[in-house]
Design a binder for this molecule. Sequence first.
Ligand SMILES: [Zn+2]
Length: 293
Amino acid sequence: MKRIGIGLIAALILILLAAPTQAPAQSAGPVTITLQFAAIRQGTVGLVRVAGEDLAEVRAVFQERVFQFYPDQAGFTGLISAAMEQDVGTYNMQVWVRHGDGTAERIDQDVQVNYGEFGRFDIILPASMMPLLQPDINQAEKDKLFNIAGRFTPERYYTEGFILPSAAEQIGWFGTWRLYNQSFWYQHTGLDMKMAIGTPIVAAASGRVMLSEMVAIRGGFVLIDHGWGIYTGYAHLSERYVVPGQWVKQGDVLGLSGLNGRSSGAHLHWEVMAGGVWVDPLTFLDLGLIAGS
Ligand SMILES: [Zn+2]
């Protein structure tokens, strides 16, 4: 009796052990994750594709931010972004998949983040602008922007892709460490283009105006939501022709360039936000992101 009892228990354990390995066969088959890059640099984006049968929802957690993925012809696509201020290294990306039958799974994927190669630059501002260097003012403006730009709008508005908002000369690059008045370090959040005050500035892509107002550091500022977690910002504008809630198309004039906020010369500061962080506008444009890609 005793031997039979042990045999039964052993058989039960075998069945229990076997059960979890049979579970995936009941779901919709294996999920494949494809990175469209070998590595991404600090302050850049990367496309991730997820394929599999009967995918109902896909999201990823990367650098402690949640990225919504969106259905396309091949499955789901997501745009992940590496924060410019986060360390170089290998990060675990958790991809969470929910199937149409209600089953869910998590797949872990390593993502390599490389050095952003950011330069450094000294800037001297007049004494009147010193208050704009205070960390609390910088943090407050960042919070205001990302209270909006940290959200994922499920629709994709950027039907024709993205263009530069001006053809003017580029004079200041993304990520540069700037030492202001030999006392405050800030990393540059966008791309600077030199132009005379009053130069027309156009929308980089279609979208919805979320902000159009004067703010402390960016001066006359317009923020556009392009959907899928992508936003563009246009700073130091002398005139703004758009209002919050307004829909714009790529190439529409948003306003005129200017010299206000924390600025020592007439220029446009253009910034791109993706997945809740600032990313390099030029490498973002190189991605050639268009609807359906
Ligand atoms: Zn700038």
